[in-house]
Ligand binder design. Structure first.
Ligand code: UDX
Ligand code: ADP
Length: 460
């Protein structure tokens, strides 16, 4: 074992959570050796070669500071496990697509596989930390697997859910609202929890480190995401009503959010929320509630997802309706494909649904995005012949009948819309799914403008 370092920390899973989290821990804890492993060899090569596999502002700088000093990327999972004192598990937990709980609960096969690898390769006691979002009681299942061996090795499972949001991951890790650490409340459990607290104490004030029992910690992560998503669905549902009544959803959100009991964050109406967490975590919550017979509670939360689907459908319907109920053979350019700005991630992006629906209506779709075109091509591989991809938004808009803004990238409000208008077919339409453009100015240029939750501005 490498004794140059005080402790060996391993992270299994080098993705959006594992990579940035370990880079920040390495930067803040120089006396710990951090190794990140992954089954995906290409991903590890990318981390090692400096061609970082995810786009995250500020990440590259931090990785460059610590890589090969106390942060290492490797495919040797077994060796990593053997040498580790603490193992963070941040492998993916997609929603199950088959069997019981299909479409709702998490597919735990990656987790179980990881638990078995940990059991097989371990020669001494370990603290195993759940980093990925998991259904409540997964820690218990983990413990059962880990303690099924005949060796006298003690495994303590701790839950330390990650609250970082993509696009702001580094800031969120450096300055989180809170860090949550749940463990069993036995002497061994408390001892394990302390080891994790010790890591975060390097840069997080003690009052921001919340400790709890393991199930509260697991559930808090699901509930945090459910509450955030619920706010978006709440304002999105009101955006539909605003469009009917002539109210302006931004004015409503501002007034409502000015009440300090409600708060002003996460009240931006949009084409719908995406990302790898919200839908998955809510459906997980729904499944748990159903499995305990709490059908009313399950239904309450499921509606957050249903409103999101309704919002995506409404957006496409509005496009079609505004363009005289026929979009066949009309070029529609999507500004943005990522599920939010400042990331190349497209998991559950509303843009995927919108593109599919537009193609079903035989529209000619062109997609532009500063970071997400590679992922977009993978998401839409079944339709690749019917699509065009273009990194320059001006080029993407040439000859289009309509532009639909799907991601709130900073660049889009700054473009020269007179130039864009001049290159488009007339009448030219803009559907602003993020309410980021200057609608009045666009209207004056000649566009027919359709924001979300605001009166539309058209010339006929
Ligand atoms: C979320 C949680 O914020 C984070 O704490 C958790 O760890 C992981 O899940 P993330 O999915 O990365 O993070 O992004 P987030 O900023 O929460 O946005 C999620 C989606 O909601 C995006 O599609 C975003 O565009 C949308 N959104 C957000 C809105 O439509 N309106 C808003 O007001 C805020
Ligand atoms: P997240 O957003 O939760 O970080 P990602 O998909 O970005 O999700 O990252 C999860 C990573 O976990 C992927 O790189 C995947 O290859 C890796 N992974 C999945 N299963 C295993 C496993 N059994 N051992 C090691 N790595 C794994």
């Amino acid at each position: 074992m490498n004794r140059k370092f005080k402790k060996n920390i391993l992270c299994i899973g080098a993705g959006y959570v594992g990579g940035p989290t370990m880079a920040v821990i390495a930067a803040k804890c120089p006396e710990y050796k951090i190794t990140v492993v992954d089954i995906n060899e290409q991903k590890i090569n990318d981390w090692n070669s400096g061609n970082i596999p995810i786009f995250e502002p500020g990440l590259e700088e931090i990785v460059n500071q610590v890589k090969n000093k106390n942060l290492f990327f490797s495919t040797n999972i077994e060796k990593g496990i053997e040498q580790a004192d603490i193992i963070f598990v941040s492998v993916n937990t997609p929603t199950k697509t088959f069997g019981e709980g299909a479409g709702k609960t998490a597919d735990l096969q990656y987790w179980e596989k990881t638990a078995r690898s940990i059991l097989q390769a371990s020669r001494n006691d370990k603290v195993v930390v759940e980093k990925s979002t998991l259904p409540v009681k997964t820690a218990e299942a983990m413990e059962r697997i880990l303690n099924s061996g005949d060796d006298n090795i003690n495994f303590q499972v701790v839950s330390n859910p990650e609250f970082l949001a993509e696009g702001t991951a580094i800031q969120d890790l450096l300055n989180p609202d809170r860090v949550l650490i749940g463990s069993r409340e036995t002497p061994e459990g408390i001892k394990a929890r302390k080891q994790i607290v010790e890591i975060y104490r390097h840069w997080i004030p003690v009052h921001k480190i919340i400790t709890s029992n393991i199930w509260s910690s697991e559930l808090s992560k699901l509930v945090s995401n459910a509450f955030l998503a619920q706010r978006i669905s709440s304002i999105n549902s009101i955006s539909a009503l605003c469009e009917k009544t002539g109210a302006d959803v931004e004015e409503v959100a501002y007034s409502v959010g000015s009440d300090s009991r409600i708060g002003d964050k996460f009240l931006s109406a949009s084409v719908g929320f995406g990302g790898s967490c919200f839908k998955k975590d809510i459906l997980n919550l729904v499944y748990i509630c159903e499995s305990y017979g709490l059908y009313e509670v399950a239904e309450y939360w499921e509606n957050v997802v249903k409103i999101n689907e309704f919002q995506e459908q409404r957006f496409v319907r509005n496009i079609s309706k505004a363009m005289f109920n026929t979009i066949a053979n009309k070029k529609i350019t999507l500004f943005g494909f990522a599920f939010k700005a400042n990331t190349g991630d497209t998991r559950e992006s509303a843009a995927i649904y919108v593109t599919r629906e537009l193609l079903a209506e035989h529209a000619l779709v062109t997609i532009t995005d500063p970071q997400a075109l590679d992922n977009a091509k993978i998401d839409l591989k079944d339709h690749i012949q019917q699509l065009s991809f273009e990194s320059d938004p001006y080029q993407a808009a040439v000859g289009a009948h309509a532009i639909a803004v799907l991601t709130e990238w900073d660049v889009y409000p700054k473009l020269d819309y007179q130039r864009i208008f001049d290159s488009m077919e007339k009448p030219a339409f803009i559907f602003d799914g993020r309410n980021i453009l200057d609608h009045r100015k666009l209207f004056e240029i000649g566009f027919n403008v359709y924001p979300v939750g605001k009166p539309h501005l058209n010339h006929f």
